[in-house]
Design a protein around this ligand. Structure first.
Ligand code: B16
Ligand code: MG
Length: 219
């Protein structure tokens, strides 16, 4: 029987691997150097948001204004710190169920794509040993607008030759779920149902369901 979805488009950070905590650590340290305190609740608003926009939100939060050259330096340093924190990642850093769900999609003949806001995504996929699973990987440097705009999900779907309504987007961030819905796709949230209220379904992790069953009952 043909699958309800022709493609599943994954977010990376917070869905396939827990790099969200490394982004948080690196931003927290950078912010504290400027006398700005950020907590986990504030960090929730940064998830899925591109690097410079995240920095702008942190500066706005701390009521700090800086010239562009200084912002570029801080963003560069944050990224160097993030790269150090993620340098020793391996396949064991995949979140529970990630590999099983990717294998399941291959068996089902469903295309797999990546729509991450992260410019580090190709390196992280490499470290996790999973680039071979992906039929397309959207390059965030090529989209004009980051999440919650739909651009990155539409770019991920384009090379697959599938229509948006045949795609299921999988996201851990509120901004990401909004991006999926605006793209005209179905949204599977991974995380807190209160944060991800705009998703069509929410699961607590990739180890809590099987795509075959989820697709069968999807309306
Ligand atoms: P980078 P995702 C997003 O990845 C992260 O959630 C967000 O915290 C980060 O600022 C953004 O990538 C940009 O990442 O600085 O590595 O380019 O969740 O869309 O996979
Ligand atoms: Mg994410």
């Amino acid at each position: 029987m043909r699958s309800r979805f022709a493609a599943v488009i994954f977010d990376l950070d917070g869905v396939l691997t827990d790099t969200a905590r490394f982004h948080y650590l690196a931003w927290k340290e950078m912010a504290s150097g400027l006398g700005i305190t950020i907590d986990e609740a504030f960090n929730e608003t940064l998830k899925g948001i591109d690097r410079m926009s995240s920095l702008d939100l942190i500066l706005e939060h701390g009521k700090v204004q800086l010239p562009l050259a200084e912002k570029e330096r801080l963003a560069f340093e944050k990224n160097e710190h993030y790269k150090e924190l993620t340098a020793s990642m391996t396949r064991k850093d995949l979140l529970p169920g990630a590999l099983e769900r990717l294998d399941e999609l291959k068996t089902l003949g469903v295309k797999i794509s990546l729509a991450s806001a992260s410019k580090n995504a190709p390196a992280i996929l490499e470290a996790l040993g999973i680039p071979g699973y992906f039929d397309s990987i959207a390059n965030p440097a090529l989209v004009a607008r980051g999440k919650p705009a739909p651009d990155i999900f539409l770019l991920a779907a384009a090379p697959l030759g599938v229509r948006p309504e045949e795609c299921l987007g999988v996201e851990d961030a509120e901004a990401g779920v909004v991006a999926i819905k605006v793209a005209g796709m179905q949204a599977l949230g991974v995380g807190d149902p209160k944060v991800l209220a705009a998703a069509d379904r929410v699961v607590s992790g990739l180890d809590t369901f099987k795509f075959a069953e989820l697709f069968a009952e999807w309306r």
